[in-house]
Design a protein around this ligand. Structure first.
Ligand SMILES: Nc1ncnc2c1ncn2[C@@H]1O[C@H](COP(=O)(O)OP(=O)(O)OP(=O)(O)O)[C@@H](O)[C@H]1O
Ligand SMILES: [Mg+2]
Length: 233
């Protein structure tokens, strides 16, 4: 199944994935940095665009012994438009955008330019409200002003390793226009912060406990994104 998906993907390159939420600290940078490495490990040519005012992806890269060469800091709309417009001839296969935690014109542009928007969120009701009320309203505003269609997939992140029932969350998300829920869930794992000490991803942290489960969760997100993208056609 996964092999079939991976084989089908190249004829649909590039795939632009945007990690986006107006709320800070939900895991956009953590996930962008690790999802980018998952795709590198699957053999794809990746480009990670760091639009985060916190400079997280770029900052982590600076901590590395050997820096990734495919991370670019993007701070203005002109550059982002240029990258999106030339993405099909750029040679990169997967673009990952690490959006900042603000509702800025730049982040709205990324939402419009992406093939898939991914919105990380925790499982607390108050956090979920921020998505189903505020974030989905942003999507509707974008649609109204641009007459284009935008949507986003909610990715549950930092979920307790033993938590099992997400039906109430699913209902909240699915009832919200423009939002759908990813089946994959990323759990709260200490390995993210530990591996970040020297700018590593979980894929490089074979000395840290919990690597296998963390890698599996990130890869499951990647496979699901590919599936969604190929289904959209
Ligand atoms: N699944 C996880 N397990 C454990 N810690 C996590 C997980 N996801 C994120 N974190 C931690 O949560 C904190 C916030 O994450 P991150 O910086 O990625 O959020 P962000 O959405 O990019 O924030 P901002 O909007 O401020 O840029 C970080 O310390 C990160 O290591
Ligand atoms: Mg960030």
């Amino acid at each position: 199944m996964i092999e079939t998906l991976l084989k089908a993907l190249p004829s649909n390159f590039p795939l632009i994935i945007n990690l986006s939420h107006q709320k800070g600290g939900v895991g956009k940078s953590t996930l962008a940095y690790n999802i980018a490495d998952a795709f590198r490990n699957l053999g794809f040519k990746v480009r990670l665009l760091d639009m985060d005012a916190q400079n997280t992806s770029n900052g982590l890269n600076a901590l590395r012994k050997r820096a990734f060469t495919d991370i670019e800091k993007v701070i203005d709309k002109r550059r982002l438009v240029e990258i999106i417009n030339t993405s099909s001839t750029d040679g990169s296969e997967i673009f990952i955008i690490d959006s900042g935690g603000f509702d800025l014109a730049l982040s709205r542009l990324a939402i419009m330019g992406a093939d898939i928007n991914l919105t990380p969120v925790g499982d607390r009701v108050t956090e979920l409200l921020g998505v189903v009320q505020k974030y989905s309203q942003t999507l509707e505003e974008i649609e109204t002003t641009t007459h284009s269609s935008v949507s986003s997939y909610v990715l549950l992140n930092r979920i307790h390793p033993f938590a099992k029932h997400f039906e109430h969350i699913e209902e909240m998300i699915e009832n919200s226009p423009k939002m759908a829920m990813l089946k994959s869930v990323v759990r709260e794992r200490a390995i993210y912060d530990k591996s970040f000490i020297d700018g590593r991803t979980v894929f490089e942290a074979d000395d840290i406990e919990g690597q296998e489960v963390a890698m599996d969760e990130i890869l499951s997100v990647c496979y699901e994104l590919i599936e969604i993208y190929l289904e959209k056609g």
